[in-house]
Design a protein around this ligand. Structure first.
Ligand SMILES: Cc1cc2nc3c(=O)[nH]c(=O)nc-3n(C[C@H](O)[C@H](O)[C@H](O)COP(=O)(O)OP(=O)(O)OC[C@H]3O[C@@H](n4cnc5c(N)ncnc54)[C@H](O)[C@@H]3O)c2cc1C
Length: 370
């Protein structure tokens, strides 16, 4: 039988943001109800090692951390409910939220903590190695790849930022992009092309992540050139999928202000949305510190801002890796400059760039390691 629940504060979502909100609200005697959704514990339950949570000298496991947060929230008086909110009416107070169970939640205030889901490639091998070398978050996992080689998949701001960040740890970063030019902002592209640790493979689609079964370990990716159809293995110890995030805001669309990408807009330095009494916290509102979009959010990520990518070459100049000019160079697209030094589109020690537009013949070596 369906029920009606009255609460001063309804928290939607059981990730770190939801539990943090619950702990504070319960301790403020607001007797919150927290609806957990389909993924109790949120995204950290699908990862293994977490090393950036303050207070733990040793690496801890994501599912364990979230179980602790759940217990803490319950311990201080939060009512945890296994349900998923399927519709909301934020047009008047009290707010009405309907659960998948049919239960009705009547709330004086609502905290939206529904997160943002990383977009994945959707290939079976990605699932197999997720948490064992495959990641969607360089800030979270880059540290595990110090002194190793990694690939980053994508061509937008996220991918370029992830690649630049990873040069702090990895010996070499290979950005694999399915097109022959990046979508990232020009300033980011200039930094990318100027970084001697980074090479770019153009027109490459990752078909498989390859590695060992026991213990699970990534050894590379098999890519296919979308123009020639040829395939090759790119060796790597880690794979960072950086093709964007999707904020989980579908049920709120049209009821509060969202930005162009669907993230909830809050007042500066605040969790308040444009609807009085409705708040948003965590990845659902924070692109800057969200794992991929641009970086992560809640309190545990305070340190991440410290990794702001240093501005590299301001203008002109070539690098050891292949003479890359900034996008504003009068000599054309950086990839064109690079191509003078690197004819092949894949795998030279000095970089991996094809001109844009690409040359007629730039074959990808069939099934060879680079
Ligand atoms: C593989 C992986 C590894 C990561 N590793 C790290 C790391 O090492 N360190 C780190 O700091 N960060 C890491 N992150 C990022 C981190 O997990 C997220 O930044 C964090 O979980 C965001 O917290 P959140 O509470 O905003 O949202 P989420 O954790 O995404 O939680 C969202 C919650 O909302 C619920 N929900 C959604 N819709 C509804 C609905 N309609 N009704 C009810 N509930 C709903 C879901 O069930 C879920 O519980 C990693 C992320 C991934 C994917």
């Amino acid at each position: 039988m369906t029920q009606r629940h009255h609460t001063k504060l309804l928290i939607i979502g059981s990730g770190p943001a939801g539990y943090a909100a619950a702990i504070y609200a319960a301790r403020a005697n607001l007797q919150p109800i927290l609806v957990q959704g389909l993924q109790p514990g949120g995204q950290l339950t699908i990862t293994t090692d977490v090393e950036n949570y303050p207070g733990f000298a040793d690496v801890i496991q994501g599912p364990w951390l979230m179980a602790q947060m759940e217990k803490q929230a319950a311990h201080v008086g939060t009512r945890l409910v296994s349900d998923m909110i399927v519709s909301v009416d934020l047009s008047r107070r009290p707010f009405i939220c309907i659960g998948d169970t049919g239960d009705v939640y009547i709330a004086d205030a609502v905290a939206i903590c529904t997160g943002a889901q990383a977009r994945w490639l959707g290939i079976p091998s990605e699932e197999r190695f997720r948490g064992f070398g495959v990641s969607a978050c360089a800030t979270c996992d880059g540290f595990f790849f110090r002194g190793r080689e990694v690939v980053v998949i994508g061509g937008g701001n996220t991918a370029v930022e992830e690649a630049l960040y990873l040069t702090n740890h990895a010996t070499r970063v290979t950005l694999i992009h399915r097109r022959d030019q990046l979508r990232a902002e020009k300033i980011l592209q200039a930094r990318l092309f100027a970084n001697p640790k980074i090479r770019v493979i153009w027109d490459g689609v990752v078909e498989e992540i390859v590695g060992d079964k026991e213990p699970p370990r990534v050894t590379g990716v098999r890519i296919v050139n979308v123009r020639t159809g040829e395939s090759a293995i790119v060796p790597a110890d880690g794979v960072f999928v950086a093709i964007g995030h999707t904020p989980v805001t579908g049920i709120f669309a049209g009821q509060l202000a969202l930005d162009a990408e669907g993230y909830i807009i809050t007042r500066p330095e605040s969790t308040a949305t444009d609807v009085p009494g409705v708040y948003a916290a965590g990845d659902v509102k924070d692109k800057v510190f969200s794992p991929g979009g641009h970086r992560r959010r809640h309190g545990v990520h305070g340190g991440a801002r410290g990794r702001e990518i240093p501005r590299r070459r301001g203008s002109g100049g070539s690098t050891q890796s292949g003479g890359i000019a900034p996008a504003t160079s009068s000599t054309g697209h950086p990839a064109q400059r690079a191509a003078k030094d690197n004819d092949a589109w894949i795998g030279t020690s000095s970089g991996c760039f094809t001109p844009s537009p690409r040359p007629a013949a730039s074959p990808m070596p069939a099934r060879r390691s680079i």
